[in-house]
Design a protein around this ligand. Structure first.
Ligand SMILES: C[S@@+](CC[C@H](N)C(=O)[O-])C[C@H]1O[C@@H](n2cnc3c(N)ncnc32)[C@H](O)[C@@H]1O
Length: 294
């Protein structure tokens, strides 16, 4: 496919993610966030939720083909991401005839450095059969494109890092799409790594109702969205036009990124600082580490 002019910026391209990604130039994106179709097989619904069916795309592929496509998509995203850029890949643990399918199985076959596995606690299970403990969590994989030989990347500011590796957001309800994630989720991903950077381009290659793009718009960044469904692309465009209606949800998330007292300030005042403080007889195992930042 020929390389496009810059019409893709602040736009939603309706098409197959892999095909569209191949048309985008190298080293373009600062941060991406996405939730791809999970290959859940459409017939299988949970006891508590309806089965997810997308308009315009099947979510039912042979599992090996599904994983191979995901690897190709992730490697294309790697190519178009700037060195030092990040991609947040939301997926879940699934079972196929009793066998556990873990996203790390195929993520490790991509070019990305797997920087962190974040648990998204949705506080509700879709299926309450007792074959297993009720599964309330999804995962968010923070993937990193190294800059030169540096594979660790820049340190997060404490105000972002203290949000920990377990994120508690209930599922999104008020959006007409079968599987949107809440606006707080892409907001947290983008803000944590972009922090106060002024310019940037944010990607969501399976943008659905446009949640990631709305977060990017409100945070002041350019965005590129891709989705195979005309209906969802239209819906997402309208949603972005009305982004002001959702600003308060982004502000609510940003308000959580705050350090009221740093470790150094606490240490200076002789307050509890774990093994470095005067009160170091407190059993740190029993203390929420968040107390260091209270
Ligand atoms: C889990 S949903 C994403 C929802 C989105 N995060 C939101 O908040 O609305 C997955 C999306 O992938 C889209 N999709 C499925 N197959 C696709 C493909 N081959 N290329 C691009 N998009 C596709 C579906 O139309 C659906 O909107």
């Amino acid at each position: 496919m020929p390389k496009m002019n810059k019409d893709y910026l602040n736009n939603i391209i309706c098409g197959d993610a892999l095909t569209v990604l191949k048309s985008l130039p190298d080293d373009l994106i600062d941060v991406g966030v996405t939730s791809p179709p999970y290959n859940k097989g459409e017939n299988k619904k949970g006891w508590l939720v309806a089965n997810v069916k997308y308009i315009g795309a099947s979510d039912k592929l042979p599992e090996d083909l599904y994983q191979q496509r995901q690897i190709e998509v992730l490697d294309e995203i790697y190519r178009i991401t700037k060195p030092g850029g990040s991609f947040f890949y939301n997926h879940k643990i699934r079972w196929e005839r009793g066998n556990l399918l873990h996203p790390i199985d195929w993520i490790r076959k991509t070019k990305w450095v797997l920087r962190q596995e974040i648990i998204w606690d949705r506080m509700i299970a879709a299926n309450i059969r007792g074959w297993r403990f009720w599964q309330e969590c999804k995962r968010i994989y923070w993937l990193y494109r190294p800059k030169g030989k540096q594979i660790i990347g820049e340190e997060l500011k404490p105000k972002h890092a203290l949000l920990t590796s377990i994120w508690r957001f209930p599922p999104e309800k008020g959006i007409s799409h079968p599987a949107p994630f809440p606006l707080a989720l892409p907001t947290r991903c983008i803000y944590s790594v972009m922090d106060d950077k002024k310019n940037g381009i944010i990607l969501d290659p399976y943008c659905g109702s446009g949640t990631t793009l709305v977060a990017a718009k409100i945070l002041g960044y350019d965005f590129i969205g891709i989705d195979i469904s005309q209906d969802y692309c239209q819906f997402a465009k309208k949603r972005i036009e009305n982004f002001k209606d959702e600003e308060k949800f982004v502000q609510e998330e940003l308000a959580k990124h705050v350090v009221t007292k740093t470790f150094a300030e606490r240490k200076e005042k002789g307050e509890f600082t774990g093994k470095y403080g005067k009160n170091n007889n407190i059993n740190i195992e029993n203390q929420s580490i968040l107390k260091l930042f209270e």
